[in-house]
Design a protein around this ligand. Structure first.
Ligand code: NDP
Ligand code: 8X3
Length: 251
């Protein structure tokens, strides 16, 4: 039977790569984002895959609800929700960064993800099947200078995902948190507010992860036998690792 996946943030990066991966496997796709033109182009490129596009901002609680309530019958029920839409803004230290940026990250990465989850979860529980895949990050597992609020939002995603599993105990609904490290997408261009040079520097000299790598991880986690739940999947490029604790000897 054809399965249906709802991917938020499908206009770029991981979301677009996932759309391509699942379309290639014959899935039915619901793709969302704020950039309508990109969604239209993607739908055309994915033909003959069955694609429903819906343009909305995940920060808008009612729009999330409407996107789910307005799904055409052919795109119900939703088997997999991928809460992928998200962003980082800035890398300044906490005492200097923009509070507006923090709010945008909280509204998108936390609130948007919870709106979408809450809108789709009841139908999954009712059917006793389904899978919620969240895009966390290594930034939610380990602190780094300038990670402040972004890392905080991804730590929320990590713990929220585990708490969802606790609530869903007794059902067959699965929850997975994907926790990527450095991956070359539009992520850094967004983080550095359109500064392509600063964004490119992040990946210079590194074989960073690709969006296709992450799409493959998500595809794998969602196509394992139904009794298997990948709670979390942390993925880094080989060329990325950890640093030592910082010690200030001059303080
Ligand atoms: P991209 O910037 O390439 O893509 C982000 C996607 O999110 C776009 O499709 C964008 O669509 C969508 N989006 C952003 N804000 C909103 C919003 N308010 N409403 C609806 N859609 C929105 O980034 P990535 O693909 O790299 O990132 C995807 C996810 O993975 C994010 O949650 C990110 O935090 C996470 N991640 C990324 C890593 C990386 O190194 N790249 C590593 C770890 C995690 P549009 O602008 O059209 O709305
Ligand atoms: C993105 C990974 O390390 O740039 O979530 O914060 S990192």
């Amino acid at each position: 039977m054809t399965k249906t996946i709802f991917i938020t943030g499908a206009t770029a990066g991981f979301g677009k790569a996932m759309a391509e991966r699942y379309a290639g496997e014959g899935w039915r796709l619901i793709l969302s984002g704020r950039r309508a033109e990109r969604l239209n182009e993607l739908r055309k490129a994915l033909a003959p895959a069955e694609v429903h596009t819906v343009v909305f901002d995940v920060r808008d609680r009612q729009a999330c609800r409407d996107a789910v309530d307005g799904l055409p019958d052919a795109f119900r029920p939703v088997d997999v929700l991928v809460n992928n839409a998200g962003l980082a803004l800035g890398m300044e230290p906490a005492q200097a960064c923009s509070l507006d940026d923090w709010e945008t990250m909280i509204d998108t990465n936390i609130k948007g993800l919870t709106y979408m989850t809450r809108a789709l979860l009841p139908s999954m529980v009712e059917r006793n099947r389904g899978h919620v895949v969240n895009l966390g990050s290594i930034a939610g597992n380990y602190p780094y200078p300038g990670g402040n609020c972004y890392g905080g939002t991804k730590a929320f995603v990590n713990h929220f995902s585990k708490n969802l599993r606790a609530d869903l105990f007794g059902t067959r609904v699965r929850v997975t948190n994907i926790e990527p490290g450095m991956c070359e997408t539009e992520f850094s261009e967004v983080r550095f507010k359109g500064d392509k040079e600063a964004a490119a520097k992040v990946y210079t000299g590194v074989d960073a992860l690709t969006a296709e790598d992450i799409a493959e991880c998500v595809y794998w986690a969602t196509t394992l036998p139904p009794h298997v739940n990948i709670n979390a999947l942390e993925v880094m490029p080989v060329q990325q690792s950890f640093a030592a604790f910082a010690v200030d000897r001059d303080a």
